[in-house]
Write a protein that binds this ligand. Structure first.
Ligand code: URA
Length: 426
């Protein structure tokens, strides 16, 4: 017979009391066993949303989420392991370039990723635009590929932190997603269970990110770095700007095409700059002295990318293409582009068919937006600002309507944030 009751635990947190380690372990364990009802967990999440969790409570909460499932054992690989997690942005294709790049420098990169929901794209959706590529790998396959290729991007298995899956779904429908302890424990439990030795967090800030202010991003980053460090994962966070999309391409195949350009030493400057900054930090964390820029420029990162795609059944030689229906959005005046809104561009790509509204929806490989201008650019009348792509007229029309809200010409000059904002270490 348990000495705890869900009603008491909820009441204690509602009143702002600290929960004991035993109470936290009990409530999450009992929830997983089906002994605490969904409505009781909803109330507890709302109490945590308002009252927060102290450092000890958060550590125990995270431990219990990790213990709810399996932990990947990546010890014994011949290379040190290091991963990157991004809190999500528009045009954020960095993982596709970073994983093979850091592997080309001598580390092993286990990127267990997700699919997109809403306006931010998912890494798996992007790679699935490559014919034959397979997202689901067994733990043995992940280990073997890390040893042979050095990089894996695949779906996080159902066995990692399974209680997070249920809590996340519940948070989604109870308006309790935006809580720093709940976000931190959700992200970090999965990353710690994945078994990486080191982790770089790319915490996005701005219009296209779910964190809008530097102060909130600092708080989230500091909390996640603390959790990683306390669990023996060397963790650093990089705060980066997400007011305008990253690079030009927003959409699944479009982003793969742009990633390959960067892997071949070209591509948009901001994508290359952020990739190199994150790669440098990842390599520092595992004591590898290599200049990652040389591995982009000499083609070795691209070779690892090809091996990574082929190891998962993908045909790296297939030339990917944008959707057939195409429209160019031109400047109706000359002047300065004062706003390119990442959130609106993300919504536009989603409406064009690149994203999904429900988990079970299919996504279009070729739909999306190419952003031909950035904030501060001078444009002539008639100059292309965006190109939009869709598989059918109805999606193209929805995209056309949305893209009009995604930019301003000759408005108030906006304060262009530098891409790399701040690094947070333990
Ligand atoms: N991503 C996660 O995995 N969990 C959150 O709570 C937020 C973003």
């Amino acid at each position: 017979m348990s000495t705890f009751s869900a009603v008491d635990v909820i009441g204690a947190k509602r009143n702002g009391d600290e929960l004991s380690d035993e109470a936290i372990s009990w409530v999450l364990g009992a929830y997983q066993r089906g002994e605490v009802a969904e409505e009781q967990m909803s109330a507890l999440l709302m109490a945590i949303y308002f009252q927060g969790l102290g450092e000890r409570e958060l550590g125990t909460w995270t431990d219990q989420m990790i213990a709810s499932g399996e932990r990947l054992d990546l010890r014994g690989l011949s290379r040190p392991t290091v991963d990157k997690h991004s809190t999500g942005g528009v045009g954020d294709k960095i993982s596709l370039i970073l994983a093979p790049l850091v592997a080309a420098c001598g580390a092993a990169v286990p990127q267990l990723s997700g699919r997109g929901l809403g306006h931010t794209g998912g890494t798996l959706d992007k790679l699935e635009s490559i014919p034959g590529w397979r997202a689901a790998l067994s733990n043995d396959e992940i280990r073997a590929q890390l040893e042979s290729v050095g990089a894996v991007i695949c779906a996080a298995g159902q066995g990692l932190a399974p209680v997070d899956r249920r809590l996340y779904a519940l948070r989604d429908v109870t308006s309790t997603v935006e809580s720093i302890p709940l976000i931190s424990s959700s992200i970090m439990s999965k990353k710690i269970a994945e078994g990486t030795q080191a982790l770089v967090l790319d915490v996005k800030v701005g219009r296209g990110a779910f964190i809008k202010t530097i102060e909130r991003a600092q708080e989230l980053a500091t909390t996640m770095v603390g959790l990683g460090t306390n669990h023996g994962v060397a963790t650093v966070a990089q705060l980066t700007a997400m007011n305008q999309p990253l690079g030009e391409a927003v959409g699944n195949a479009l982003e793969v095409i742009e990633s390959v350009q960067v892997l071949q030493g070209g591509g948009p400057r901001d994508v290359r700059e952020l990739t190199l900054a994150l790669a440098t930090t990842m390599l520092e964390l595992v004591d590898i002295e290599q200049d990652p820029a040389t591995k982009l420029d000499d083609g070795s990162a691209y070779e690892v990318y090809r091996a990574m795609i082929e190891a998962q059944g993908g045909d790296a030689d297939v030339v990917l293409a944008a959707s057939k229906l195409h429209e160019v959005i031109e400047a109706d005046d000359e002047g300065v582009v004062t706003r390119v809104d990442a959130l609106r561009v993300g919504v536009c790509a989603w409406r064009l068919g690149a994203g999904r509204a429900r988990k079970e929806d299919a996504v279009s490989a070729g739909a999306g937006v190419m952003c031909r201008v950035r904030e501060g650019d001078h444009v002539a009348k008639g100059q292309p600002l965006f190109e939009i792509y869709a598989d059918d007229e109805s999606h193209l029309r929805q995209g056309r309507e949305t893209i009009r809200d995604a930019f301003t010409l000759n408005g108030e000059p906006s304060n262009v944030m530098p891409l790399l904002l701040e690094t947070i270490t333990s």
